[in-house]
Design a binder for this molecule. Structure first.
Ligand code: ATP
Length: 319
Protein backbone atom coordinates (compact mmCIF):
# COMPACT_ATOMS: atom_id res chain seq x y z
CA UNK A 1 0.00 0.00 0.00
CA UNK A 2 2.86 2.30 0.86
CA UNK A 3 4.27 2.08 -2.65
CA UNK A 4 1.00 2.26 -4.50
CA UNK A 5 -0.02 5.64 -3.18
CA UNK A 6 3.25 7.35 -3.91
CA UNK A 7 4.55 5.33 -6.82
CA UNK A 8 6.61 7.44 -9.14
CA UNK A 9 5.59 7.38 -12.78
CA UNK A 10 7.34 8.71 -15.82
CA UNK A 11 6.00 8.84 -19.33
CA UNK A 12 8.21 7.52 -22.13
CA UNK A 13 7.78 7.65 -25.89
CA UNK A 14 8.03 4.10 -27.18
CA UNK A 15 8.29 3.26 -30.88
CA UNK A 16 7.13 -0.17 -32.01
CA UNK A 17 9.88 -1.50 -34.36
CA UNK A 18 7.36 -3.47 -36.46
CA UNK A 19 4.72 -0.84 -37.03
CA UNK A 20 6.86 2.28 -36.52
CA UNK A 21 4.07 3.67 -34.42
CA UNK A 22 5.04 5.81 -31.42
CA UNK A 23 2.98 5.56 -28.27
CA UNK A 24 3.26 7.02 -24.81
CA UNK A 25 3.92 4.51 -22.10
CA UNK A 26 3.76 5.02 -18.38
CA UNK A 27 6.76 3.46 -16.70
CA UNK A 28 7.15 3.16 -12.97
CA UNK A 29 10.30 4.79 -11.78
CA UNK A 30 12.43 2.56 -9.63
CA UNK A 31 15.74 2.40 -7.95
CA UNK A 32 17.34 1.06 -11.12
CA UNK A 33 16.83 4.49 -12.73
CA UNK A 34 19.36 6.10 -10.36
CA UNK A 35 23.08 5.86 -9.83
CA UNK A 36 23.95 5.99 -6.13
CA UNK A 37 26.82 8.13 -4.90
CA UNK A 38 28.33 9.28 -1.63
CA UNK A 39 26.56 9.12 1.72
CA UNK A 40 25.29 12.58 2.66
CA UNK A 41 24.22 11.83 6.19
CA UNK A 42 23.02 9.25 8.64
CA UNK A 43 19.80 9.68 10.53
CA UNK A 44 18.62 7.63 13.46
CA UNK A 45 16.78 5.21 11.20
CA UNK A 46 17.90 6.09 7.71
CA UNK A 47 20.85 6.75 5.46
CA UNK A 48 20.75 9.64 3.02
CA UNK A 49 22.76 9.22 -0.19
CA UNK A 50 23.40 11.22 -3.31
CA UNK A 51 21.55 9.76 -6.32
CA UNK A 52 21.81 10.78 -9.96
CA UNK A 53 19.07 10.10 -12.46
CA UNK A 54 20.48 7.95 -15.28
CA UNK A 55 18.02 9.58 -17.66
CA UNK A 56 18.43 13.27 -16.90
CA UNK A 57 21.65 13.49 -14.90
CA UNK A 58 19.70 15.42 -12.23
CA UNK A 59 20.95 15.00 -8.69
CA UNK A 60 18.71 13.97 -5.81
CA UNK A 61 19.17 13.03 -2.17
CA UNK A 62 17.73 9.59 -1.55
CA UNK A 63 16.70 8.63 1.95
CA UNK A 64 16.93 4.88 2.34
CA UNK A 65 15.03 3.19 5.15
CA UNK A 66 15.41 -0.47 5.97
CA UNK A 67 12.00 -2.16 6.20
CA UNK A 68 13.20 -4.75 8.63
CA UNK A 69 14.62 -2.10 10.94
CA UNK A 70 11.49 0.06 10.71
CA UNK A 71 9.27 -2.83 11.66
CA UNK A 72 11.57 -4.04 14.41
CA UNK A 73 11.85 -0.56 15.93
CA UNK A 74 8.13 0.20 15.35
CA UNK A 75 8.95 3.24 13.23
CA UNK A 76 6.65 2.59 10.28
CA UNK A 77 4.23 5.22 11.54
CA UNK A 78 6.90 7.92 11.42
CA UNK A 79 7.81 7.13 7.85
CA UNK A 80 4.19 7.56 6.81
CA UNK A 81 3.97 10.83 8.72
CA UNK A 82 7.08 12.12 6.98
CA UNK A 83 5.73 11.18 3.59
CA UNK A 84 2.28 12.63 4.19
CA UNK A 85 3.68 15.86 5.61
CA UNK A 86 6.08 16.32 2.70
CA UNK A 87 3.32 15.61 0.20
CA UNK A 88 1.06 18.18 1.82
CA UNK A 89 3.88 20.75 1.74
CA UNK A 90 5.16 19.94 -1.72
CA UNK A 91 6.29 22.69 -4.08
CA UNK A 92 6.80 25.27 -1.41
CA UNK A 93 9.80 27.45 -0.86
CA UNK A 94 11.60 26.66 2.34
CA UNK A 95 10.63 22.98 2.51
CA UNK A 96 12.65 20.16 0.97
CA UNK A 97 10.79 18.76 -2.03
CA UNK A 98 9.76 15.11 -2.16
CA UNK A 99 9.83 13.91 -5.78
CA UNK A 100 9.13 10.20 -5.61
CA UNK A 101 8.86 7.36 -3.18
CA UNK A 102 9.40 3.74 -4.05
CA UNK A 103 10.41 0.46 -2.50
CA UNK A 104 12.03 -2.89 -3.11
CA UNK A 105 12.06 -6.00 -0.94
CA UNK A 106 14.41 -4.60 1.64
CA UNK A 107 14.01 -0.83 1.68
CA UNK A 108 11.84 2.24 1.28
CA UNK A 109 13.23 5.15 -0.70
CA UNK A 110 12.42 8.87 -0.56
CA UNK A 111 13.72 10.78 -3.56
CA UNK A 112 14.30 14.26 -2.16
CA UNK A 113 15.54 17.53 -3.52
CA UNK A 114 19.32 17.61 -3.05
CA UNK A 115 20.58 20.42 -0.83
CA UNK A 116 24.27 20.67 -1.80
CA UNK A 117 25.25 23.16 0.90
CA UNK A 118 24.53 20.76 3.73
CA UNK A 119 22.85 21.55 7.01
CA UNK A 120 22.84 24.65 9.16
CA UNK A 121 24.57 22.91 12.06
CA UNK A 122 27.67 22.40 9.90
CA UNK A 123 27.64 26.10 8.95
CA UNK A 124 27.42 27.10 12.60
CA UNK A 125 30.22 24.71 13.50
CA UNK A 126 32.39 26.03 10.69
CA UNK A 127 31.94 29.76 11.40
CA UNK A 128 31.18 29.62 15.14
CA UNK A 129 28.51 32.30 14.87
CA UNK A 130 26.88 34.55 12.27
CA UNK A 131 26.88 38.32 11.99
CA UNK A 132 23.60 40.25 12.15
CA UNK A 133 23.21 40.40 8.40
CA UNK A 134 23.54 36.63 7.99
CA UNK A 135 21.39 35.92 11.06
CA UNK A 136 18.70 38.19 9.61
CA UNK A 137 18.86 36.52 6.17
CA UNK A 138 18.62 32.94 7.52
CA UNK A 139 16.18 33.58 10.35
CA UNK A 140 13.77 35.41 8.01
CA UNK A 141 13.63 32.33 5.76
CA UNK A 142 13.34 29.94 8.70
CA UNK A 143 10.41 31.81 10.27
CA UNK A 144 8.68 32.16 6.90
CA UNK A 145 9.03 28.42 6.26
CA UNK A 146 7.64 27.66 9.74
CA UNK A 147 4.76 30.05 9.04
CA UNK A 148 4.05 28.19 5.82
CA UNK A 149 3.97 24.74 7.35
CA UNK A 150 1.70 25.95 10.13
CA UNK A 151 -0.64 27.42 7.52
CA UNK A 152 -0.84 23.92 6.02
CA UNK A 153 -1.73 22.39 9.39
CA UNK A 154 1.67 20.90 10.12
CA UNK A 155 3.64 21.34 13.32
CA UNK A 156 7.26 20.22 12.83
CA UNK A 157 8.10 19.61 16.53
CA UNK A 158 11.81 19.03 15.92
CA UNK A 159 13.13 22.26 14.44
CA UNK A 160 16.88 22.36 15.01
CA UNK A 161 19.97 23.31 12.98
CA UNK A 162 20.51 19.74 11.64
CA UNK A 163 17.04 19.84 10.10
CA UNK A 164 17.63 23.09 8.23
CA UNK A 165 19.29 22.34 4.90
CA UNK A 166 20.78 24.82 2.42
CA UNK A 167 20.22 24.51 -1.30
CA UNK A 168 22.64 25.54 -4.06
CA UNK A 169 21.85 29.24 -3.53
CA UNK A 170 22.02 28.96 0.28
CA UNK A 171 18.25 29.13 0.57
CA UNK A 172 16.71 27.42 3.59
CA UNK A 173 15.01 24.02 3.15
CA UNK A 174 13.40 22.47 6.22
CA UNK A 175 13.55 18.71 6.41
CA UNK A 176 12.96 15.68 8.67
CA UNK A 177 9.19 15.63 9.15
CA UNK A 178 9.21 12.19 10.82
CA UNK A 179 8.07 13.63 14.15
CA UNK A 180 5.67 16.21 12.68
CA UNK A 181 2.04 16.52 13.76
CA UNK A 182 -0.38 16.63 10.83
CA UNK A 183 -3.63 18.37 11.77
CA UNK A 184 -6.98 17.56 10.22
CA UNK A 185 -8.78 20.48 8.56
CA UNK A 186 -11.52 22.07 10.66
CA UNK A 187 -14.92 20.69 9.74
CA UNK A 188 -16.53 22.44 6.76
CA UNK A 189 -13.34 24.16 5.68
CA UNK A 190 -10.74 23.09 3.19
CA UNK A 191 -7.69 24.94 4.35
CA UNK A 192 -8.12 25.93 7.97
CA UNK A 193 -6.59 24.01 10.85
CA UNK A 194 -6.93 24.10 14.58
CA UNK A 195 -3.35 25.01 15.32
CA UNK A 196 -4.03 25.13 19.02
CA UNK A 197 -4.81 21.44 19.13
CA UNK A 198 -2.30 20.03 21.55
CA UNK A 199 -0.33 16.89 21.14
CA UNK A 200 2.08 14.77 23.07
CA UNK A 201 5.41 15.23 21.48
CA UNK A 202 8.77 13.54 21.40
CA UNK A 203 11.80 14.96 22.98
CA UNK A 204 13.92 15.70 19.93
CA UNK A 205 17.11 17.41 20.94
CA UNK A 206 17.16 18.67 24.52
CA UNK A 207 18.47 22.13 23.63
CA UNK A 208 15.46 23.09 21.49
CA UNK A 209 12.66 21.54 23.53
CA UNK A 210 10.02 23.95 24.83
CA UNK A 211 9.19 24.28 28.55
CA UNK A 212 5.53 23.27 28.03
CA UNK A 213 6.64 19.87 26.78
CA UNK A 214 8.75 19.32 29.88
CA UNK A 215 6.16 20.72 32.29
CA UNK A 216 2.88 19.48 30.88
CA UNK A 217 4.00 16.88 28.35
CA UNK A 218 1.99 18.71 25.68
CA UNK A 219 2.87 21.06 22.87
CA UNK A 220 1.08 22.94 20.09
CA UNK A 221 2.40 24.91 17.10
CA UNK A 222 4.16 27.35 19.42
CA UNK A 223 6.90 24.80 20.15
CA UNK A 224 8.27 25.56 16.65
CA UNK A 225 8.39 29.27 17.52
CA UNK A 226 10.31 28.45 20.70
CA UNK A 227 12.84 26.41 18.72
CA UNK A 228 13.18 29.30 16.28
CA UNK A 229 14.05 31.62 19.22
CA UNK A 230 16.74 29.17 20.36
CA UNK A 231 18.25 29.00 16.87
CA UNK A 232 18.23 32.79 16.45
CA UNK A 233 20.07 33.12 19.78
CA UNK A 234 22.55 30.49 18.67
CA UNK A 235 23.33 32.26 15.40
CA UNK A 236 24.71 35.27 17.27
CA UNK A 237 25.99 33.63 20.46
CA UNK A 238 27.53 30.60 18.74
CA UNK A 239 25.81 28.23 21.18
CA UNK A 240 22.20 27.46 22.02
CA UNK A 241 20.68 29.38 24.97
CA UNK A 242 20.00 26.27 27.04
CA UNK A 243 22.99 24.01 27.18
CA UNK A 244 24.45 22.06 30.05
CA UNK A 245 26.73 19.07 30.57
CA UNK A 246 23.83 16.63 30.37
CA UNK A 247 20.20 16.46 29.22
CA UNK A 248 18.79 16.57 32.72
CA UNK A 249 20.56 19.84 33.52
CA UNK A 250 19.59 21.26 30.12
CA UNK A 251 15.92 20.46 30.87
CA UNK A 252 16.23 22.23 34.24
CA UNK A 253 17.45 25.35 32.46
CA UNK A 254 14.69 25.18 29.85
CA UNK A 255 11.99 24.81 32.48
CA UNK A 256 13.30 27.85 34.35
CA UNK A 257 14.01 29.72 31.08
CA UNK A 258 17.48 30.26 32.46
CA UNK A 259 19.78 31.71 29.83
CA UNK A 260 22.14 34.65 29.50
CA UNK A 261 23.02 36.80 26.52
CA UNK A 262 26.68 36.78 25.56
CA UNK A 263 28.66 40.00 25.86
CA UNK A 264 27.91 42.43 23.05
CA UNK A 265 24.78 40.55 21.91
CA UNK A 266 23.01 43.13 19.68
CA UNK A 267 20.11 44.87 21.41
CA UNK A 268 17.64 44.43 18.59
CA UNK A 269 18.14 40.65 18.46
CA UNK A 270 18.14 40.53 22.26
CA UNK A 271 14.71 42.15 22.26
CA UNK A 272 13.35 39.67 19.73
CA UNK A 273 14.79 36.62 21.52
CA UNK A 274 13.41 37.86 24.85
CA UNK A 275 9.95 38.08 23.30
CA UNK A 276 10.13 34.48 22.09
CA UNK A 277 11.83 32.63 24.94
CA UNK A 278 8.92 33.05 27.34
CA UNK A 279 7.70 30.14 29.42
CA UNK A 280 3.98 30.68 28.80
CA UNK A 281 3.23 29.90 25.13
CA UNK A 282 0.36 32.42 25.11
CA UNK A 283 2.74 35.23 26.01
CA UNK A 284 5.30 34.36 23.38
CA UNK A 285 5.49 36.54 20.26
CA UNK A 286 3.38 35.20 17.41
CA UNK A 287 4.77 34.74 13.90
CA UNK A 288 3.15 37.98 12.60
CA UNK A 289 4.68 39.84 15.54
CA UNK A 290 8.08 38.29 14.88
CA UNK A 291 7.88 39.24 11.21
CA UNK A 292 7.07 42.84 12.05
CA UNK A 293 9.84 43.12 14.66
CA UNK A 294 12.44 45.84 14.14
CA UNK A 295 15.11 43.19 13.44
CA UNK A 296 13.28 42.39 10.18
CA UNK A 297 12.57 46.01 9.23
CA UNK A 298 14.33 45.60 5.87
CA UNK A 299 12.60 42.31 5.05
CA UNK A 300 9.43 42.16 3.07
CA UNK A 301 7.70 38.90 3.92
CA UNK A 302 4.52 39.67 1.99
CA UNK A 303 5.98 39.82 -1.52
CA UNK A 304 8.23 36.80 -0.98
CA UNK A 305 11.36 38.83 -1.77
CA UNK A 306 13.20 37.31 1.21
CA UNK A 307 13.53 34.21 -0.99
CA UNK A 308 15.01 36.12 -3.94
CA UNK A 309 17.74 38.00 -2.11
CA UNK A 310 21.26 36.75 -2.74
CA UNK A 311 22.76 35.09 0.33
CA UNK A 312 25.20 37.31 2.21
CA UNK A 313 28.79 36.15 2.56
CA UNK A 314 28.98 34.15 5.77
CA UNK A 315 30.86 35.99 8.49
CA UNK A 316 30.97 35.26 12.20
CA UNK A 317 29.53 37.75 14.67
CA UNK A 318 32.10 40.15 16.06
CA UNK A 319 31.37 42.18 19.16
P1 ATP B 1 17.15 12.13 12.52
O1 ATP B 1 18.06 11.21 13.23
O2 ATP B 1 17.54 13.58 12.72
O3 ATP B 1 15.70 11.89 12.70
P2 ATP B 1 16.67 11.22 9.83
O4 ATP B 1 16.85 9.74 9.85
O5 ATP B 1 15.28 11.69 9.81
O6 ATP B 1 17.49 11.90 10.99
P3 ATP B 1 17.51 13.28 8.05
O7 ATP B 1 17.66 14.26 9.19
O8 ATP B 1 16.43 13.52 7.07
O9 ATP B 1 17.45 11.80 8.58
O10 ATP B 1 18.89 13.22 7.26
C1 ATP B 1 20.13 12.92 7.89
C2 ATP B 1 21.25 13.81 7.33
O11 ATP B 1 21.42 13.59 5.92
C3 ATP B 1 20.98 15.32 7.45
O12 ATP B 1 21.38 15.86 8.69
C4 ATP B 1 21.80 15.88 6.28
O13 ATP B 1 23.14 16.07 6.64
C5 ATP B 1 21.69 14.79 5.23
N1 ATP B 1 20.59 15.10 4.30
C6 ATP B 1 19.29 14.78 4.48
N2 ATP B 1 18.52 15.20 3.45
C7 ATP B 1 19.36 15.82 2.59
C8 ATP B 1 19.15 16.49 1.33
N3 ATP B 1 17.94 16.60 0.80
N4 ATP B 1 20.23 17.02 0.72
C9 ATP B 1 21.46 16.92 1.31
N5 ATP B 1 21.70 16.31 2.48
C10 ATP B 1 20.68 15.76 3.12
Amino acid sequence: EWAERGAAKIVRQVTNPDTGKTTRQVVKKGIKDFKFGETLGDGSYSTVMLATSKESGKKYAVKVLSKEYLIRQKKVKYVNIEKNALQRLNNSRGIVKLYFTFQDESSLYFLLEYAPNGDFLSIMKKYGSLNEDCACYYSAQIIDAIDFLHSKGIVHRDIKPENILLDKDFKVKLTDFGTAKILEPKPNTTDSYDLLSRSKSFVGTAEYVSPELLNDNYVDYRCDIWAFGCILFQMIAGKPPFKATNEYLTFQKVMKVQYAFTAGFPLVVRDLVKGILIKQPAQRLTIPQIKSHHFFKDKNFKDGSIWDEPAPEIQPYKV
